[in-house]
Write a protein that binds this ligand. Structure first.
Ligand SMILES: Cc1cc2nc3c(=O)[nH]c(=O)nc-3n(C[C@H](O)[C@H](O)[C@H](O)COP(=O)(O)OP(=O)(O)OC[C@H]3O[C@@H](n4cnc5c(N)ncnc54)[C@H](O)[C@@H]3O)c2cc1C
Length: 423
């Protein structure tokens, strides 16, 4: 069934989808959001802890409160919202038969399959959690193994306790927050096990979620086996010493529930199927300075583009993307783009090119932990900028601006490429 025609269709109604849609609506475009859950809000709805919105609202909000601040603005807009609707594909249409080039988005809902036509599409499908298969933990395959985000949803939204004797693998913020949440709910959290020699999450979360609850954190420890027949009974944990497993020091942690918090991956099956080029370093689409992917008219923002730590950054990026979509719909594009790539000790840089005539926001992640670090931004022999950072670490996204002042020096170089490194 063909439902209608819009200027832009936004895939996903989390923080990124809502913020980009509101910006495009404000600029007068006809916008639709398609969201597979029954409400807008995305991952925020299950994050009942506080820590959201310090930049955007200058307040410390819970995830649902932050989501509400955005979703409350939708009824006052002209945005059309389809909830309970899962996008199953999108494709680009060539110009022809009296029609302009554009996109067709197909989604499935209780009413059946619906198709929408639009000039542009914004990808805002968020990310998903890596699971046991992704990290290849040996052992039996009993019940009681959950990703931390799924457990968070069960406890915070469905009111279901996944278990009582808990071990968590991975010390990222989701693992830390869930250690505290499970302890609050009466579970015994035996430990958080981390392969790296340092916690992956924020120091304040280590203090507030583990130390305050007396939950042990085993750093430089690997899970070498999951044990149990029907339900998980214990896990075997082994220290890593001098880069090798110290097998003789392996020990067991009893549990009936194992939560995996082992990383997030942008949700890009739809993008891949539609022929959007992905960046292996981020898992998200390759985008230019205007957040447009390799497919004309297809834009991306939020966790589907690269995994963010803070929703405030997601909203800022999404709003900027909404403005870029608006420029594109008006036929305005940068006259020139300068390529940017990750150099030494940098995992990725986003976006993949910059507009030398504008102020560009750049995001990156370090591959190393370093205090007193310097970001060096250069184009061949030309040092474009140096930025001092008190510290860099892989778990903290770094953002900064590069504007006309810095990029002006490259105006006369035709094939300039910027490389960002941490010397
Ligand atoms: C456990 C956890 C704790 C966090 N804690 C903090 C914190 O303390 N402070 C902070 O600032 N940030 C925190 N964050 C980060 C922040 O919440 C997220 O970065 C941000 O909300 C992501 O927004 P998004 O719109 O990109 O993605 P999401 O919120 O994931 O939204 C994506 C939406 O797309 C929908 N979707 C996906 N595929 C389809 C499809 N095929 N069809 C239709 N809809 C689809 C999904 O249902 C979802 O609603 C946390 C994140 C997590 C996971």
């Amino acid at each position: 069934m063909m439902y209608g025609t819009f200027d832009v269709v936004v895939l996903g109604g989390g923080a990124a989808g809502m913020a980009s849609a509101l910006e495009m609506d404000r600029r007068g475009w006809r916008v639709a959001i398609i969201e597979r859950e029954s409400r807008l809000g995305g991952i925020l709805l299950q994050c009942i802890h506080t820590g959201f919105g310090l930049i955007e609202f200058d307040e410390e909000l819970s995830g649902p409160e932050f989501a509400e601040r955005l979703s409350d603005r939708i009824p006052g807009s002209k945005i059309t919202v389809f909830v309970g609707s899962t996008v199953i594909g999108f494709e680009s249409m060539e110009e022809g038969k009296g029609k302009a080039a554009g996109q067709v988005v197909t989604f499935a809902s209780a009413k059946g399959v619906t198709r929408l036509e639009s000039r542009a599409v914004v990808l805002a499908m968020g990310c998903r959690e890596r699971n046991r298969g992704n990290v290849r933990i040996p052992g039996t395959r009993p019940a009681g193994i959950f990703t931390a985000g799924l457990a968070q949803r069960l406890v915070n939204i469905d009111g279901i306790m996944p278990g009582r004797e808990v071990v968590i693998i991975g010390s990222g913020d989701i693992g830390l927050v869930m250690a505290r949440r499970m302890a609050w709910s009466g579970a015994r959290v035996h430990a958080v096990v981390e392969i790296l020699p340092r916690p992956s999450g924020l120091p304040r979360n280590v203090v507030q979620c583990l130390n305050d609850f007396g939950i042990p954190l085993y750093l430089s420890h690997v899970t070498t086996a999951i044990k149990g027949k029907d339900r998980v009974r214990s896990i075997e944990v082994c220290p890593v010493e001098n880069g090798a497993l110290a097998i003789s020091k392996a020990f067991e942690l009893p549990c009936d529930t194992l939560l995996l918090s082992v990383g997030l991956v942008p949700e890009n099956e739809l993008s891949r199927d539609a022929g959007v080029q992905l960046n292996p370093a981020t898992g998200g689409p390759r985008v230019d300075s205007q957040m447009m992917s390799s497919k004309s008219g297809v834009f991306a923002c939020g966790n589907v583009l690269h995994v963010h730590d803070l929703v405030d950054n997601v909203v800022e990026e999404a709003r900027r993307t909404g403005a870029f979509v608006s420029f594109w719909l008006e036929g305005t594009r940068p006259s020139r783009e300068i390529k940017v790539k990750a150099g030494s000790k940098v995992r990725y840089v986003c976006p993949g090119s910059l507009d030398p005539a504008s102020n560009n926001q750049v995001s990156l992640r370090s591959l190393v932990v370093k205090d007193g670090a310097q970001l060096e931004i250069r184009a061949g022999e030309i040092v474009v900028k140096r930025i001092m950072k008190n510290h860099v670490r892989p778990s903290e996204m770094i953002t900064f601006n590069l504007g006309t002042t810095e990029l002006g020096a490259l105006a006369h170089i035709d094939d300039a490429t910027i490389e960002i490194s941490i010397p």
